[in-house]
Design a protein around this ligand. Structure first.
Ligand SMILES: [Zn+2]
Length: 161
């Protein structure tokens, strides 16, 4: 899945993946614009360093930096719920258009399928997405949508409502 709003070209020589210092989870680079957009209150004098996104559900750290001195940001520091770290609803999946896992599962419950990926793709193609400043991963949500649909199709009881 390619990134729909990819603007992460200026990552320079920082490693593409780093282990999270809290739980060792494989964490991918995230653009500093994403961090600055989603952290509620930025500390003064934050160094210019590469940040990484830990998506492990059992880890409180969301963003950590290559520079070990730079501040780390935890779930409660962000203005949004981090879907990858939530186990209780609402679990945000698509941050641009506000789809939650519940929305996807409700549609599956009623119709046996999900049209969410198709609807998001249409918006993406029209240039309406803003994943870079809305999604904590900084990336397009379509991979997460696909996963939520796949999970929904195995656990949701279809009722044709
Ligand atoms: Zn972590």
């Amino acid at each position: 899945m390619s990134d729909c709003c990819s603007a992460n070209a200026k990552s320079g020589s920082a490693p593409a993946v780093m282990p999270c210092p809290a739980n060792g989870g494989r964490s991918k680079r995230v653009d500093s614009l994403t961090v600055k957009s989603l952290v509620r209150k930025l500390p003064l004098g934050m160094p210019n360093t590469q940040y990484y996104f830990c998506e492990a559900s059992d880890c409180e750290v969301v963003y950590f930096a290559l520079d070990a001195e730079a501040p780390r940001f935890r779930r409660e520091d962000l203005v949004v719920r981090v879907g990858a770290k939530e186990t209780a609803d609402p679990i945000p999946i698509c941050y641009c258009f506000g789809f939650t896992r519940q929305d996807i599962w409700d549609e599956i419950r009623c119709t046996g399928k999900s049209t969410v990926a198709r609807r998001i793709t249409a918006e993406v193609e029209a240039g309406h997405c803003a994943c870079e400043v809305k999604n904590p991963s900084g990336k397009c949500c379509l991979g997460d949508v696909t996963r939520a649909v796949k999970d929904g199709l195995t656990v949701v009881q279809i009722k044709n409502c």
